[in-house]
Write a protein that binds this ligand. Structure first.
Ligand SMILES: [Fe+2]
Length: 332
């Protein structure tokens, strides 16, 4: 029955290729899957690219785990030089999103990219997928300007998060704050699907405080055991909690550089479900995510084998003390 989902995938794929990515006749589109990918998504996208007059190449790369989770293959790195559009569909890792080569080509405005890594057909057809993406993109750009004009981010939550970080001013893909709201029609733009967030890497060494991670975590999943993470000078210095905390500690102990605070992301999608799926929940309006590990995608220089998103639910996001998102509403 799983194969029947291709019926639902076709409509979404056409919308993504034509409206979200604006694929034009003659463009080269590279689709990257892995053995865990739901191929209904890949097949539907390939058909939609062809129908739009583009040329697709569908590549399957190996399953990657913690050790090399941000690395593509050498052949894909070379092939990207000739691609206009990259669509990442790997399900075991986020390699097409977090690879060094992709960051470089986006920075040079030689590529546009859409990330559907670690996502399933559910992410395509429910919840966040059903938002008004043109509206979301406008909101994302407006709030990105507000964020970039500030100097300090504060995140708080009723569960006990109390965290601050300096605002980075260097542009990445043309702006200090990255807008990922489902639309990537120009070279240098990047989006995901489903989507709805703005993010940046914090100013080096300035992240401080306590995160209470009560939402899902990449690679670890959801649970009712909040993880308490203490951060000093941009690095994790202590982890406490239950089973999920022990799993996180194990990653920190075995993956060099995973203790680095790489990203702060503000969810903006009012349609996102609270279903324990980190890719769905991190985009939710009212949730904030903080990521550990590689910050290359965010314009940094900290390479690491993982990029680990951690969702903080029902958070307040402030800039220089002024609330931007509070109680699940945009107030700026
Ligand atoms: Fe993010």
């Amino acid at each position: 029955m799983q194969q029947l989902r291709v019926i639902e995938a076709v409509g979404v794929a056409h919308r993504l290729v034509r409206l979200h990515l604006g694929v034009k006749p003659g463009e080269q589109v590279l689709l990257v899957a892995d053995p865990w990918t739901d191929m209904n998504m890949a097949w539907a996208l390939a058909g939609a690219v062809e129908e739009a007059g583009g040329e697709y190449t569908l590549a399957v790369m190996p399953t990657r785990h913690e050790k090399r989770a941000t690395e593509l293959t050498a052949i894909l790195d070379a092939g990207l030089e000739r691609a206009d559009v990259l669509i990442g569909l790997t399900a075991a890792s986020g390699a097409p999103t977090y690879s060094r080569k992709v960051a470089e080509l986006l920075g040079q405005k030689r590529l546009r990219a859409m990330s559907m890594v670690m996502r399933s057909m559910d992410n395509w057809t429910r919840g966040a997928a059903l938002a008004d993406y043109e509206e979301l993109d406008r909101l994302g750009h407006r709030l990105a300007d507000v964020w970039a004009a500030g100097s300090q981010v504060t995140i708080t939550s009723a569960a006990g998060t109390q965290f601050t970080a300096g605002v980075t001013k260097d542009p990445v893909m043309g702006h200090p704050v990255i807008v990922e709201c489902g639309i990537a029609r120009e070279p240098g733009r990047e989006a995901a699907f489903s989507d709805g967030e703005i993010s940046q890497r914090p100013l080096a060494g300035t992240a401080e405080g306590v995160l209470i991670v009560d939402g899902p975590v990449a690679k670890i999943g959801a649970g009712d055991d909040p993880i308490r993470i203490e951060v000093r000078a941009g690095k994790v210095v202590a982890v406490e909690g239950g089973q999920r905390a022990r799993r996180l500690q194990q990653i920190l102990d075995t993956v060099p550089g995973a203790d680095h605070i790489a990203e702060i992301g503000l969810g903006l999608n009012p349609m996102s479900l609270r279903n324990g799926d980190f890719e769905e929940e991190k985009k939710a309006l009212g949730n904030v995510h903080v990521a550990l590990g590689s910050d290359l995608f965010y314009g940094g220089t900290h390479a690491c084998a993982v990029h680990l998103d951690m969702v903080i639910r029902d958070a307040t996001f402030l800039l220089d003390g002024r609330p931007i998102v509070q109680d699940g509403r945009v107030v700026a």
